[in-house]
Design a protein around this ligand. Structure first.
Ligand code: ASP
Length: 323
């Protein structure tokens, strides 16, 4: 049982939120520890327990590092009042999704910063303050893993970094904002749906080369496409629109689906892959070949789900609400 004196676990992993200029090179590196960072945040008076399994730019995050993070969360959450993860923003959406796939029903609030410490507009302190408030909230377990940035609480399955520099960069593809945080209080705006999360942690990190992820364009080159999918253990393709696959590469994708799982996502900003009424039978050949239409996840998340599934020895199931 947690009480007001139970500490919240804070896992620091690097990212801009912790990046100071290295005196030797002048380049920013993740040098600030979680404890140092928290000590400088006015109003952050909740008890915290700090840990730092690694400190990297999240562009260098791997399945290996994310699995380490998952194991840290699994170790810490039973004895703490929620878990906060500080992470670089460039791959935060993937990290959040992977943690939630492995550990659904665990209160994890992820945060980072769009500006480094000591620069005008540094947002790391307030994002950490908000994330601690969310992790300690009585509703936190129902929310699972969320991203807390710019006073907004966004679900792991749908959050995206949609602007490379804006403080308001983080948003959701489908508009599924869970809540906001003001004055260290979570204000819930919607209840997140329950999904068919994998709910398992693979013994070993997935092979990052197992699944190939491709984004289709108009006028795709068949030779390059064939080279890219050759030898993959799984394929995720961002199709055009609601699932269109150009004729130039269609036969190759259909053939590949006879050997390995192929998941179609959409390269559009939101919406499902589906044919339904407007184009009856348009996707019949894809469905007959066993190609999986993903209605909710974007391509990078489908890649994570397929990669984890392969590592767990499970078939890909489209990500769907349980209701
Ligand atoms: N490159 C940094 C990272 O992802 C960017 C950030 O944290 O905002 O670690």
């Amino acid at each position: 049982m947690t009480t007001t004196t139970t500490p919240t676990a804070v896992i620091a992993t690097g990212g801009t939120i912790s990046m100071l200029a290295d005196p030797a090179s002048g380049r920013r590196r993740p040098l600030l520890t979680g404890a140092e960072l928290a000590a400088g945040v006015a109003g952050l008076d909740a008890p915290l327990a700090h840990t730092q399994p690694y400190a990297i730019d999240s562009a260098d995050a791997t399945f290996e590092s994310w699995l380490t993070l998952v194991r840290e969360v699994a170790r810490l959450h039973p004895t703490h009042a929620g878990v906060v993860v500080m992470h670089g923003t460039d791959t935060m959406e993937e990290a959040a999704h992977l943690v939630n796939e492995c550990l659904p029903g665990v209160a994890v609030a992820m945060c980072g910063a769009m500006r480094p410490p000591g620069t005008p507009g540094y947002d790391g302190g307030r994002n950490l303050l908000d994330a601690v408030a969310v992790a300690r909230d009585p509703h936190a377990r129902e929310l699972g893993t969320v991203v807390v940035m710019n006073h907004e609480v966004l679900p792991a399955w749908d959050v995206v970094k949609r602007d490379s520099v804006a403080l308001s960069s983080f948003a959701t593809r489908h508009g599924t904002r869970i809540g906001t945080v003001h004055d260290r209080r979570l204000r819930l705006l919607s209840r997140p749906l329950e999904f068919n999360w994998l709910g398992a942690v693979p013994a070993r990190a997935p092979d990052p080369d197992a699944v190939v992820y491709l984004r289709l364009t108009g006028s795709p080159g068949r030779r390059r496409f064939r080279q890219a999918i050759a030898g993959a253990a799984g394929i995720v393709v961002d199709a055009l629109g609601a699932g269109s696959v150009p004729s130039a590469v269609r036969a190759d994708l259909l053939e590949a689906a006879g050997d390995v799982p192929v998941v179609l996502t959409t390269r559009t900003g939101s919406g499902p892959v589906q044919a339904e009424d407007a184009y009856p039978h348009a996707w019949d050949d894809l469905l007959t070949a066993g190609i999986i239409l993903e209605k909710r996840l974007d391509g990078p998340r489908a890649r994570i789900r397929l990669s984890l599934g392969l590592a767990l020895g499970r078939q890909y199931a489209p990500f769907e609400p349980l209701c």
